[in-house]
Design a protein around this ligand. Structure first.
Ligand code: NI
Length: 184
């Protein structure tokens, strides 16, 4: 089932999300719905708060990106901890399904070590770099209640203020299902 993606300004996007256990109700179904929703919106990552659920879960599929390593970078990430991040920060223009039409340069470290549980609650500890690391960092931010716009300079954010207010009110082009916090 395709779920609506919560837009910028929705309180759930600002919550520090909660860890879950294997017994979380209908977890498999929730994950399947998240993949369906992400593919429908042509996203490469989607975090649970973006569909209105404040839990520490996100999904990734970097296969539309050329040159991404690992090449089959599709993963469900539950209760993650970023154990280490290192390297010289690099710039990349990020976007977010909750903030359509806006893209901004964000600096992030190129390498990280993450510990997480997969959908079968098997624990993994892995290193990622480059775009794979960046997608993880972006999605990890979501479950901490952070958005990529928090990383840009106050001056730039100020310039985006009206545009962000329009997004919250639903005055924005989007070709996938969304839910807006401000009633028209
Ligand atoms: Ni995002």
């Amino acid at each position: 089932m395709i779920l609506p993606i919560y837009a910028f300004g929705s309180p759930v996007l600002r919550k520090k999300c909660e860890e879950i256990t294997e017994n979380y109700p209908n977890l498999k179904e929730l994950i399947a719905n998240m993949y369906e929703t992400m593919y429908d919106s042509n996203g490469i990552g989607l975090a649970a708060p973006q569909i209105g659920v404040a839990i520490r879960l996100f999904i990734l599929d970097g296969s539309p990106i050329e040159d991404i390593k690992p090449t089959k970078f599709k993963q469900t990430i539950i209760n993650p901890t970023i154990l280490n991040e290192w390297g010289e920060p690099w710039r990349y223009e990020e976007g977010c399904l909750s903030i359509p039409t806006i893209r901004e340069n964000v600096m992030r470290k190129p390498e990280l070590t993450i510990r997480y549980y997969d959908e079968d609650f098997k624990v993994h500890e892995e290193n990622f770099d480059g775009m794979a690391a960046r997608i993880i960092q972006h999605e990890f931010d979501h479950i901490e209640g952070k958005l990529f716009t928090d990383h840009i300079s106050p001056l730039k954010r100020n310039l985006l203020k009206a545009k962000l207010a329009n997004i919250s009110a639903g005055r924005v082009n989007h070709d996938y299902k969304m839910r807006f916090p401000v009633k028209k």
